[in-house]
Structure formats: structure tokens, C-alpha cells
Design a protein around this ligand. Sequence first.
Ligand code: SF4
Length: 146
Amino acid sequence: MNDYNLSDKYTENSCACEKCQQMCKKTPCMGTPEEILRIAKAGFGDKLFPTTWLVGFYQGILDKPVDMVAPKMTNKGCAFQDEQGLCILHSLGLKPLEGRMTDNHGITIINTIEEALRTPVYVAATEWAKRDFDVMKRKIFRNTKA
Ligand code: SF4
């Protein structure tokens, strides 16, 4: 299943190979505001944190940095990765867009800004950019203990 304006190059993928697990260890994936809210409502608010995504701005594709809530990074990798290196959100149907929709191990070549905007990270980031961040943040952390 494809969502939003995502390129057809990306398909739902549950690969658990070493390369995919390493991606989760290096950088937690990015989800849309609705996906992150669903994760918080499922009781995982303590594994999320507010952050600012700068890549799109530095790449000159977005006109400003994007505030968002994302999976926390721990000293072992993404907070949602279990001892076996698997995503605990996968079997719950809660995996964020970037982790869920892949291009077979990150080998897709992006040639234009239009193509970039149809990648999972940019689709998620632009959804965040459309929102009132403070409102979303309050909703997401409403039931989370500090
Ligand atoms: S949320 Fe799941 S898929 Fe995304 S980085 Fe974390 S462990 Fe990987």
C-alpha cells in the first residue's frame, strides 16, 4: 500500500536483514504526525522526543528546518529496536512511514527536488511542516510522564 504522495519506488517492506537493522541503529526513522500520535496513544510516548529536522533545509529542498516528534535514539540505536534488532512497532502495525516504506536498502537515486519530495522522509517532514507543532506536541505527550 502506498500513502500520501509517495513515489511508487517505495513499497511496504518488513526486511529484517543486518543492513536494515543497522539503519535503525544509526538513525531512527521518521513518521507522519498521525503515525507518531498513534504510537504515543499506544503507550510509547516515553520512547518519542521532540526534535528539529535540518536535512531538508540544508539540502535546499525545504525553506526552513522542520520541528517534529520522532523515535528516541539511545546508545544502542532506536528506542523501538528490540534485543534481536527488530522493530517492536512492526507487529503492532505502528511502524513509521520511513521504516515501513523502503526502497530496498536505500539504493534509489534521486535526481530532482520533485523526486526528493516523494521520498518517505520528505513526505513525513512536509506533513509535519503543515502542522502547528506545539499543538501536535501537546497531543502526543499528553499522557506521557516527564
Ligand atoms: S521505529 Fe522501528 S523501523 Fe523505525 S528506526 Fe525505530 S526500530 Fe527501526
